[in-house]
Design a protein around this ligand. Structure first.
Ligand SMILES: [Zn+2]
Length: 337
């Protein structure tokens, strides 16, 4: 029997999807090409998402001139403004600080920056914080002024190290997804705070050399600090046999990543969902049987068959992120939207 529960998704590029031209207030109709809109998230009982402000110099929608921090700021602000408008119109509830655990009926969104170039300098951190930003990943794959990404070999720059200190002073969460191995090491030595990976899987399970997913030692460091890892549902990061001609992954692939990560954690309370639904890939690249948020309960069914108890299932669906957000942010002074 399918368990009824709500979900918290640790990584959804909602603004990116909207600025790419989709009407996110309407249900998706071309289901082979898209699965994310506010009604589709509601249908899947996704109550809360970490909604991204994603930028990269190369992106065709939200690109900016490399090394031009003002241009990057404007691209990031465009996404922030979109979230603020959705909030004002009542379509979403932007969450920050003491509003984190509430019972709003609209989709709750906690802001996560994926690629920190829109933070022009450390003096900008308060500006972003005051508008709700609570989680920051220093870079996307190709690197920023602050850090090398998973397509790079270098680590944090001096500006990046200074930014980490300022993020800590604001009690922001660090997101390690997309960091190069060197950047991860540098981050770990710059801060003793909680680190998460909002949308990354196990490199060991994938038997891959790509820095995009987590080494066992990296996952252990995240768990040791009380962080959470969000399972990415992109086939490329799930299936050991992924190729452009064979794009399928299965729910069993998801379960294998989850169990491996739980073994590293020594518990089943620090793994959750970080779907990345429609984040630069289509449902064709989602696992068989998980092509839409409403199909997420099938993943719980399989975890239950494999021995997850009810508390562990609730933790995966929502509890792990909720506990973390509450612990991290509940004592922080609330700010107006
Ligand atoms: Zn990403």
């Amino acid at each position: 029997m399918q368990m009824q529960t709500h979900w918290v998704d640790g990584h959804v590029d909602l603004a990116y999807i909207a600025l790419g031209g989709r009407d996110i207030l309407q249900k998706c109709t071309a289901r082979q090409d898209e699965c994310i809109s506010i009604p589709d998230l509601n249908k899947g009982h996704v109550k809360t998402i970490a909604g991204t402000i994603y930028t990269s110099p190369e992106d065709h929608i939200l690109g900016y001139k490399k090394d031009d921090s003002n241009d990057a700021f404007l691209q990031g602000k465009k996404q922030l403004d979109l979230y603020l408008d959705l909030h004002k119109q009542g379509h979403i509830q932007l969450l920050h600080a003491k509003q984190l655990v509430n019972n709003s009926s609209s989709l709750e969104v906690l802001l996560l920056m994926e690629g920190a170039d829109p933070i022009r300098n450390i003096d900008d951190v308060s500006w972003w914080y005051n508008r709700g930003l609570r989680i920051v990943g220093l870079t996307w794959s190709t690197g920023t002024r602050y850090a090398g990404g998973n397509d790079c070999t270098h680590g944090l720059t001096d500006e990046g190290k200074a930014l980490v200190q300022t993020l800590d002073a604001h009690d922001m969460l660090h997101d390690a997804s997309h960091l190069s191995v060197q950047s991860f090491e540098d981050l770990v030595s710059c801060t003793d705070r909680v680190i998460i990976a909002s949308h990354s899987n196990s490199r060991n399970v994938l038997q891959s050399d790509s820095q995009r997913n987590l080494l066992d030692e990296q996952a252990k460091e995240i768990f040791k600090r009380g962080g959470v890892i969000g399972l990415n549902l992109c086939t490329m990061f799930l299936s050991k046999t992924f190729s452009d001609t064979s794009q399928t992954a299965t729910i069993d692939d998801c379960v294998e990543h989850i169990f491996h990560l739980c073994d590293l954690a020594g518990n089943r309370n620090q793994i959750a969902l970080g779907s990345d639904f429609d984040g630069g890939f289509t449902p064709k690249h989602l696992p068989i049987g998980l092509k839409h948020p409403s199909q997420l309960p099938y993943l719980l069914d399989r975890l239950q068959e494999q021995g997850f108890d009810e508390n562990e299932l609730h933790s995966f669906a929502h509890g792990a992120w909720e506990r973390l957000y509450e612990n991290q942010f509940s004592g922080v002074q609330n700010q107006p939207v």
